[in-house]
Design a protein around this ligand. Sequence first.
Ligand code: SAM
Ligand code: SF4
Length: 364
Amino acid sequence: MSSQVAIGSLGISGSHEPRQQGGTPSPFTLVDLQHRQVRYVRISLTDRCNYRCTYCMPAEGVEVVDRPQLLRFEEIVRLVRIFVAMGIRRVRLTGGEPLTRRRVVDLIAQIAAVEGLEDLAMTTNGHQLVSLAGPLHDAGLTRLNVSLDTLDAERFAAITRQGHLKHVLDGLKSASEAGFSGIKLNAVMLRGLNDAETSDLLAFARAHGHVLRYIEYMPIGTDDYWGPESFISGDELRTRLTDAGWTLRGDDISASRGGGPARYWQAWPRGVDPDSAPGTPVGFITAVSDHFCATCNRVRVSPVGTLRECLSTAGALSLRDLMRQGAEDAVVTQAIRDALDGKVDGHRFWSGQTTLESMVQIGG
Ligand code: SAM
Ligand code: SF4
């Protein structure tokens, strides 16, 4: 039996048939007021990080919350269970640096065991992948995104302030050897800092079988550095690639690549015939110049358990407090639905609205 139920102003549609033995739970769909299906939750494991990337955090004086304020493992797993019961099938773990969370491999195993969850991914700076890639893969992590803004060791140290390029490059190798495929590389592009490497980064991704996504620098966290001097749009990056000899074709492969925020093109380097050789997928996350709010399919949970419906607005619902006050799953579920009524139709970055919370506080 199929039905449509309206709860508050949220429509929840889907089959209400009981779960089949051994099958996946009924596919309820979570829809917000703009009729966008929320399919994907990003959960931040910590606000702590072993790097201090210039576009993300100040060099010093970063305040972190007291550990008891962070969501506990059992709270994170409970939330995943609740979201899965609401129809969500994909979870991404982020931070701060998620691999700095103690016993993170145990946590992955617990989350991966949640019935009905189909995809458990992580975004990491890659610093600890040499030792952790194998255990993470064995524990049930399915996909990895690794941040890599430059291939130049000195520039890498300057951007991350505390990082070493070699750790990340070795970590990528370990991740491939551990069985992760289709690893995505995230590169935040900054004019005058790493933009000269636009083509080199794509060549690196192609050579290693990774998928590069260029990310537009967003006015989040740091209010003094973002501006026309540092910002580069996706359009300009594509022009730079074609100027460097790349052939780019269509963004029509986007839909086949997970429905995330990136729009994808196929790319062929100079000298390779696009009609006879496979292209390399390359993504552009143009959150500023060409936002994808109309198709936004995600919500975020901050390290302290605040539900954040949009990156650009402060969340108000503390799922952690609800759970610590003893709320039943049904109460937490309804609170999430009610909060999604406030999911805005689009961000306001260009009209001056931003948040001075950094990506690490939000859960990037
Ligand atoms: N520490 C992990 C990492 O660096 O991959 C995960 C958290 S980090 C906040 C998630 C992503 O946000 C990274 O790819 C990072 O480059 C990106 N990011 C951070 N600050 C940003 C900003 N102001 N604009 C655009 N992307 C940003
Ligand atoms: Fe840390 Fe990631 Fe922010 Fe860099 S981008 S400071 S690695 S949280």
